[in-house]
Design a protein around this ligand. Structure first.
Ligand code: KG4
Ligand code: ZN
Length: 348
């Protein structure tokens, strides 16, 4: 660990993320200064296929990982020897993609003697709430915090009573929220990834045009989005059968509102029950404008939603989670394996 002239310790973490279709690396100083943030997205490649093919994703990671990490170090103006730990996404995610980041981290660790720390990707999304970026009004989340993590692979409600401690309040029983956006976009012939496409189409649509179902699943904080997806499919089929026009904008707006209603209502209910001070919303779907507006418009709880560029997958969030693990003494061995189905928390 380096010291300043005043004797203060400087901690630098190199974050590496390859769990899905972004190859990303970042250098973070003292847990809050982003020295670099490199994200090479494969979205254009996968858009051609309408979704992610795991083998295509892992081969693309192999091609880009070295230059992404090199650029992250260069942009940060630090040498690998000035790094204190390498935080790498260990899971959940696509096995073949995770392995690429993990092997890069192990290679660097072996060559330099710098410790590695395996990070749960969802913990990374959560820790994006601890990145102040350029926000002058930034305040750290206060515990207890209720966190909604909504991504392409997960929809979870988590209770955080302290750093690095998680209780699962609820999860999706079928499709993740982002997956529902992606699947409904496909039904509407909108391009991949579905979330941004639906959001754009919804801008000129009427949220009341269709009364799509909300799965409240009473007395639980679980989610279910497959019924909603099927309802959209049936509506499209009925409109076609009747020879009526399919308003992509109205369907997108009504669908998006149904998702936002459920995510918002359940999260606020959980925050009340567990007397949370703050709410965190993170993961790719937290980029959704309607979802952000619903949360930012309420005044009962203080909100933490990452800036747009940190909502979708990146390595700043992995480095931030790594920083908190590093200062709490966590280190992993070089024989650590990836965990494609790693759960962040046990159910309450
Ligand atoms: O967190 P993320 O980048 O990757 C995973 O960990 O899965 O999330 C990707 C998901 C995709 O399903 C994408 O459609 C969704 O986030 N997404 C959005 C928006 N931007 C990305 N969903 C709704 N509205 C958005 N603006
Ligand atoms: Zn993610």
């Amino acid at each position: 660990m380096e010291e300043t002239f005043e004797g203060e310790k400087i901690i630098r973490i190199l974050g590496i993320e390859t769990s899905c279709d972004e190859t990303a690396a970042s250098v973070l100083e003292n847990g809050n200064q982003v020295l670099s943030n490199i994200v090479a997205s494969q979205a254009d490649l996968h858009a051609r296929f309408g979704g992610i093919f795991p083998e295509v994703a892992s081969r693309e990671h192999i091609k880009t990982i070295y230059s992404v990490v090199e650029q992250a170090l260069n942009d940060a103006h630090v040498d690998i020897r000035e790094i204190d730990a390498i935080a790498v996404t260990r899971g959940p995610g696509l096995a073949g993609s995770l392995v690429v980041g993990m092997n890069m981290a192990k290679g660097l660790s072996l060559a330099s003697g710098i410790p590695i720390i395996g990070i749960n990707h969802l913990e990374g999304h959560l820790y994006s709430a601890w990145i102040p970026q350029e926000n002058p009004d930034y305040q750290e989340p206060q515990f207890p915090t209720v966190a909604l993590i909504v991504s392409g692979g997960h929809s979870s409600l988590i209770l955080m009573k302290d750093h690095l401690t998680y209780t699962q309040l609820g999860r999706t029983l079928d499709d993740a929220a982002g997956e529902a956006f992606d699947k409904v976009a496909r039904l509407l012939d909108l391009p991949y990834p579905g979330g941004p496409s639906i959001q754009k189409a919804a801008e000129t649509g009427n949220v009341h045009a269709f009364n799509f179902p909300r799965a409240w699943l009473e007395d639980s904080y679980n989610f279910s989005f497959s019924g909603l997806k099927t309802a959209v499919l049936r509506t499209i089929q009925e409109l076609h059968a009747d020879g009526r026009p399919v308003s992509v904008e109205n369907i997108a707006a009504s669908f998006q509102q149904a998702v936002v209603d459920v995510l918002f209502t359940k999260t606020v209910q959980a925050a009340r029950q567990f007397e949370a001070k703050d709410i965190i919303v993170a993961g790719g779907v937290s980029a959704n404008r309607a979802l952000r507006k619903a949360f930012f418009d309420q005044t009962e709880f203080r909100m933490h939603i990452p800036p747009l560029k940190l909502c979708t997958d990146n390595a700043v969030m992995i480095a931030t989670a790594g920083h908190y693990r590093f200062i709490n003494g966590f280190r992993d061995d070089l024989d650590m394996d990836v965990l494609p189905n790693w759960e962040l928390a046990e159910p309450a």
